[in-house]
Write a protein that binds this ligand. Structure first.
Ligand code: ADP
Ligand code: ZN
Ligand code: ZN
Length: 741
């Protein structure tokens, strides 16, 4: 048996993997993640490394392979666990081992450690006063006098304060310390992100919450760490339930990881966690500096943390005794990494939970098809919260057909109904949220008169508009010409949909000059803290209307919002990929969930050109179950995930011709691999973004019922392209069950 060993994990300098033989005596003991001692280099001096893979074959001359000298720790240490996880990720998602390792252990070196020096008196107050009086006799001792006087007034002062407020330099303090008058202390300062708590309700759990908690705890205490999906409508008290579950797990001496989509989007959640766990909570997010991230992980390693909250990378928190992983809003696309290794947090969490013996809890008002399907097959236990925790009612949802509006001569972005409702809210001093759905928008072409949309005859996804009036399918490459008149009804109102948050803001200002309007989009949230500021100001009633993109959909509780308007509800339907219906259902349900969170009943208006679409109809009826059934039937018929598995092989290169050829050969190779007909092969096609920064892109899809067949194909393709010179200038990425088309 042979072991692949990586040498210096933390320096990140040695990217190479070396092979050693596992001697007979160690064969039982050496595992993936084990830390071993090996002879290295010419002098054969012994160094340590981690085992990343174990195989029974080698590419080298067997007699030249050295033996592992010994095993360092019997149990796999924390770092070894991370190495083992990286090995799993490489195996499941492809790419290099180093890329996987960097994902699971992103922080390498201690980055300019911040230390704070402070001074205090080393003698009694009397002695200090006497010394001060003595020093007053000398003209050139003024700085020392200032220092002693300051320290008599304040027990302890930082070097910084002494310098800024008292003009006392460190050298003066050093001199006083040498005289034995002053004590200097150095403390490592952990860079903690600013946090403040927010009291959540501590009212008794609802009977539904209690029932779910009991099921979870009964399994947990019995030592059965299972996976659960909490399907709870918006405002059903899921967050409250996570808090209780985590608190119990912590009480039993274990730690928990809480994933939330993107910290900024749900800062209310973070505050609730902070008020519950205080200093025992650590937080990471994409805005933290490397140093701040490092500090959070240090606190974890020092055992100072019970709960880590953060986006998908928080999964890689090295807890000693992990008891629970929670993934809030598990359907969110930000849980999928769009860089190699392109992992999904849900899958990696399951792997970690299994190896660590931890429980996994997913929660959503609109579960992903994957998660709900996993409940149907018994992989997850389904826990339901079908009612709002506050006894509030779900809002009433109305669908407005924008085609009819056009027929009646209203060419505004806002329907008559919505305009009137906004006016009413302004009069009643209630708030409105206007949500423009732009996610997944990729230039589909539709008819505003009859609702016709160009679709691929082979793949049942909408075609995307490219240059020169070409309309292209991103799966199979099918192409057609865009006509200037609608092929269905002959109308000239056919084209791409154009409306942004800015245009809506201008329109509102014209229509309702008295209204105070806030806008939240990429432009207005560029500055640090801008996001929170807008939400806070809206929450405090400083504006009547908040306009935003999908950013405003998430996790905010505004009791005074009684109207939600959703513009261009269809936009995400034409995202040109197989998940568009699902994404639309999710966005509409989540957006609608913002209305009527308080005591007043909410109303929701959905504006669309395709009012009959099942995603829109079922979101308006709050009917997830029916949506799931219909959507799953579609996936099954077309062979899309989760009914089958899909592997996207993304090829990119600055040389288009080379890329074209490489993609074609790769497809031929994949066909050869497929002797047993285990999968279907589609493409090569040109993705919507056909070129990024002068790098061209192509994609080939492989579809199979067996995930393992796809992993096998991936391995073979990696081997083929790594030895074949033609692929030197082509970058290849693998994307399993891609989130975006
Ligand atoms: P979700 O995460 O499902 O959207 P939250 O946990 O945020 O739900 O709860 C929604 C609202 O209901 C919050 O204002 C919360 O304080 C309140 N809430 C949650 N649980 C209860 C409860 N048991 N009793 C009363 N109010 C509750
Ligand atoms: Zn038409
Ligand atoms: Zn197609």
């Amino acid at each position: 048996m042979f072991a692949d060993i990586i040498i210096d994990v933390t320096s990140g300098k040695l990217d190479r993997i070396f092979q050693y033989r596992i001697p007979e005596a160690l064969q039982e003991k050496v595992k993936i993640g084990s830390r071993v001692q090996i002879p290295f280099g010419k002098g054969n001096h012994e160094i340590s490394g981690y085992v990343v893979d174990i195989t029974d074959k080698t590419d080298y001359e067997p007699t030249k392979i050295k033996d592992i000298a010994g095993i360092l720790e019997k149990d796999i240490a924390l770092e070894g666990k991370m190495v083992a996880l990286a090995a799993w990720m490489k195996e499941h998602y492809g790419g290099t081992f180093v890329a996987a390792l960097k994902t699971v252990m992103p922080i390498k070196k201690r980055e300019n450690n911040k230390e704070e020096k402070s001074a205090s008196l080393a003698v009694s107050r009397e002695e200090a006063v006497a010394k001060l009086e003595h020093l007053l006799l000398y003209k050139n001792q003024k700085a020392r006098v200032r220092a002693l006087a300051a320290l008599l007034d304040h027990e302890r002062l930082s070097f910084k304060t002494l310098k800024d407020a008292y003009q006392v330099t460190p050298s003066v303090l050093k001199a006083l310390a040498d005289q034995g008058l002053v004590k200097i202390e150095t403390k490592r300062v952990f860079r903690l992100p600013q946090m403040s708590g927010e009291e959540g309700s501590d009212e008794a759990l609802t009977s539904e919450q209690q029932k779910a908690l009991d099921i979870f705890l009964e399994d947990y205490r019995r030592g059965e760490q299972k996976s659960y999906l909490i399907h709870g409508i918006t405002g059903s008290g899921k967050t409250r339930l996570y808090l209780e579950m985590i608190e119990e797990v912590v009480k039993e001496g274990s730690q928990a990881i809480m994933l939330i989509p993107e910290i900024a989007l749900t800062y209310q959640t973070v505050r609730r966690f902070y008020s519950r766990f205080g200093e025992r909570l650590a937080i990471i997010n994409s805005r933290l500096s490397l140093g701040e991230r490092f500090d959070q992980m240090e606190r974890v390693k020092n055992g100072e943390v019970d709960v880590m909250i953060g986006p998908r990378s928080a999964l890689f928190t090295p807890f000693e005794k992990l008891g629970l992983i929670v993934i809030d809003e598990e359907h969110e696309s930000s849980y999928k990494s769009e860089q190699m290794p392109r992992y999904h947090a849900r899958e990696v969490a399951r792997q970690i939970a299994e190896t660590e013996g931890a429980a996994l809890v997913l929660g959503s008002a609109t579960p992903s098809l994957e998660a709900y399907h996993a409940c149907e097959t018994g992989k997850y236990t389904l826990l339901k919260l079908p009612n709002r925790a506050t006894k509030g009612l779900l809002p009433e949802v109305r669908i407005v057909d924008m085609k009819a509006e056009l027929k009646e001569g209203n060419r505004s972005i806002l329907s008559e109904d919505l305009q009137e409702q906004i006016r009413e809210r302004l009069a009643r001093k209630e708030q409105t949220m206007l949500f423009i759905n732009r996610r997944g928008y990729a230039g589909f072409v539709s008819c505003r008169e009859c609702g016709f949309v160009y679709k691929c005859p082979h793949c049942d996804v909408s075609l995307a508009a490219h240059k020169n009036n070409r309309l292209v399918c991103h799966y199979c490459g099918y192409e057609t010409q865009n006509q200037s008149l609608c092929p269905e009804c002959g109308s000239k109102y056919i084209g791409g949909f154009k409306a942004g948050t800015q245009q809506i803001e201008e329109l509102l200002k014209k229509e309702y000059p008295e209204a105070r309007v806030l806008r939240m989009d990429r432009d207005t949230t560029r500055e640090k803290g801008a996001f929170e500021k807008i939400l806070k100001s809206f929450g405090e009633g400083e504006a009547d209307i908040l306009i935003g993109t999908q950013m405003i959909v998430k996790g905010h509780d505004y009791p005074n919002v009684t109207l939600v308007g959703i513009l261009a509800a269809d936009m995400s339907l034409y995202g040109n990929d197989y998940r568009s219906s699902e994404r639309t259902f999710q966005l509409l349900t989540q957006a609608a969930g913002r209305a009527g969170r308080g005591e007043k009943k909410g109303e929701v208006i959905i504006q669309t050109y395709t009012p009959e679409h099942f995603s829109i109809q079922l979101a308006a009826n709050h009917d997830y179950e029916e949506f799931y059934q219909r959507e799953y039937a579609f996936r099954e018929m077309m062979g899309y995930p989760p009914a089958e598995h899909l592997l996207a092989i993304l090829l990119s290169s600055p040389e288009e011709e080379l890329l074209e050829r490489g993609a074609k050969y790769l497809k031929d190779f994949t066909k050869l691999l497929n002797k047993e007909n285990l999968y279907g092969i589609i493409g090569p096609a040109t993705p919507y973004v056909a070129k990024i920064k002068d790098v061209y892109r192509r994609v080939i899809y492989i579809k199979s019922e067996e995930y393992q067949a796809l992993i096998h194909a991936k391995d073979k393709i990696e081997a083929y392209t790594s030895i074949n010179r033609g692929y030197n200038k082509i970058y290849i990425q693998f994307d399993f069950d891609p989130a975006q088309g």
